[in-house]
Design a protein around this ligand. Structure first.
Ligand SMILES: [Zn+2]
Length: 140
């Protein structure tokens, strides 16, 4: 019987796997969201994706909002992890802040790809989560 050679396939951690999926999804919005970046978000419950979203065309909903809206059973939100490529926003622009929406939906864990460099956000979205006691990680 053949034995497999040492695998060269990359092994991703669970968090990395879902963050890569977020990036995949974010690509759908590229080109239509300017001046906002295209963001991808995935909601995971028990290692299963229950919601996905990416930034709508400028003025529309953000990725987190679309992902939360795509979840059929909203009661699972309080037991799920939200993965998002960029920090949830904290200011009232065209839409209410996503960080507040995450808190309102009692999402217990948030994994953020990178801190939003935009001067109106820059850590304030994370601050809302922290002040509300939502555990988050910024790992990438
Ligand atoms: Zn937002």
């Amino acid at each position: 019987m053949d034995t497999l050679p040492n695998s060269t396939k990359l092994e991703y951690s669970t968090d990395e796997k879902y963050m890569l999926r977020c990036i995949e999804i974010a690509k759908n919005g590229i080109g239509s969201t300017a001046p906002n970046p295209s963001v991808g978000a995935v909601i995971v419950h028990k290692d299963r994706i229950i919601g996905e979203g990416y930034t709508s065309a400028y003025g529309g909903s953000h990725a987190e909002v679309n992902a939360i809206n795509s979840v059929k059973d909203k009661s699972l939100l309080s037991k799920s992890t939200l993965y998002v490529t960029a920090e949830p926003c904290s200011h009232f622009g065209k839409t209410p802040p996503c960080a507040n929406l995450i808190v309102e939906n009692k999402i217990p864990k948030v994994v953020i790809g990178l801190q939003d460099p935009h001067e109106k956000v820059a850590g304030k979205g994370i601050e809302i989560l922290r002040n509300s006691g939502v555990p988050y990680s910024l790992e990438y």
